[in-house]
Design a protein around this ligand. Structure first.
Ligand SMILES: Cc1cc2nc3c(=O)[nH]c(=O)nc-3n(C[C@H](O)[C@H](O)[C@H](O)COP(=O)(O)O)c2cc1C
Length: 350
């Protein structure tokens, strides 16, 4: 079957354009704007408290008849490692002194929750048309519940091996996430950054390796980029960075300023903000400690120690400790999400 018609077989979906779920910078408002334009809007669930997640599901269900996507992380929470946490805080000590922060008062703990039984109940209750995962897939019993709800299931692959693994577990589509992509690498079979390749090298290899539709993600921000992805076999595109400066996104003023200035031309993979490699604009902490640091606690435990530094600097109008997630192609127009969605979709018909 033509992969494009296969993806568009999701009832009510008009355009093969997915607004990437982006935890921390959006809620249902951005997703709804994209759905109303005929694309697939996404709600990132990873950083939402349970009550807020229920509220956002309700807003989506009430706000559109069209399909929408809810996205969850599928990592295995690590055991706390007090020695590593202490070493990490020791590394950050000069910054705590600079901002007069007492590290003893900082709680250790997770910054993001994986998909669990409670989330599965919500999927069963609200029946989103699409459910996507990052960092692999949840345990078999939970995945079975998502599939039984009737949802179209997708997950990110950053290598051919990950794409094959996902297909063998029954996903309906694989998101080929190239190295250009903003935010967290979805990598889950290896943590070796040298396994990661760019979108237009990864995409045709994954298209050749799996039978399900493949969605291209990473560095795609214009109709020309969409057309290139289509030429390489993409059934749809998943676009994040291009939506970050939309009025419907909740991106902070500091983040928007960085995205639209010269600074956005220099991004790097960093694990300093969460413990997992993610692409963001190089800022002070990334420059001074180095973007990838072995001392950072395992995902998502690195988040808590840096949070008070981020808050203190942001109060002074500085993004020195803020994760400024951004892909390598920072085309970030301050335009309604519907306009961006329709423009991107032209790449499929040109
Ligand atoms: C600010 C930001 C937050 C992100 N958060 C998530 C997330 O919560 N879940 C997810 O699956 N992907 C997340 N991603 C990655 C996107 O799904 C996608 O791979 C990426 O945006 C594509 O590359 P682009 O940013 O160059 O368009 C995020 C990306 C950005 C830029």
């Amino acid at each position: 079957m033509n992969p494009l018609s296969n993806f568009l077989s999701i009832p009510g979906l008009e355009l093969p354009v997915i607004q990437a779920p982006m935890a921390g910078v959006q809620d249902s408002a951005l997703a709804l704007a994209v759905c109303h334009a005929g694309g697939l809007g996404s709600l990132p669930a990873a950083m939402l408290a349970p009550d807020e997640l229920v509220r956002q599901f309700g807003l989506l269900a009430a706000g559109t008849e069209r399909p929408w996507n809810v996205n969850f992380f599928a990592h295995t929470p690590p055991l706390p490692d007090p020695a590593r946490e202490a070493a990490w805080r020791e590394l950050l000590a000069p910054y705590y002194r600079e901002f007069a922060i007492d590290p003893a008062g900082i709680p250790a703990g997770p910054g993001r929750q994986p998909f669990d039984a409670r989330a599965a109940e919500l999927v069963e209750q609200f029946r989103p048309a699409v459910v996507s995962f990052h960092f692999g897939l949840p345990p078999d019993d939970l995945l079975a519940r998502v599939k039984a709800s009737g949802a179209f299931v997708m997950s990110s692959a950053t290598t051919v091996a990950e794409a094959r693994w996902l297909e063998s577990r029954g996903v309906d589509a694989v998101i080929a996430q190239g190295l250009e992509a903003g935010g967290h690498r979805g990598m889950f079979l290896s943590d070796d950054p040298t396994t990661q390749v760019g979108t237009f090298a990864l995409l045709p290899q994954i298209v050749a390796a799996v039978r399900c539709p493949v969605i291209a993600a990473g560095g795609i921000a214009t109709p020309e980029g969409v057309a290139a992805a289509r030429a390489l076999g993409a059934a749809a595109v998943q676009v994040g960075t291009a939506y970050l400066n939309c009025p419907e996104a909740t991106t902070s003023a500091l983040h928007r300023a960085a995205l639209t200035g010269e600074t956005a031309l220099h991004t790097a993979l960093t694990n300093l903000f969460s413990g997992r490699p993610a692409r963001g604009i190089v800022n002070r902490i990334m420059r001074e400690i180095g973007p990838l640091c072995a001392a950072a606690p395992t995902f998502p435990l690195a988040t808590s120690a840096i949070a008070p530094l981020r808050a203190a600097a942001e109060k002074l109008g500085r993004s020195d400790f803020t994760p400024l997630w951004c892909g390598q192609n920072p085309v970030c127009p301050n335009e309604p999400a519907a306009d961006i969605t329709r423009r991107l979709a032209r790449g499929f018909t040109a």
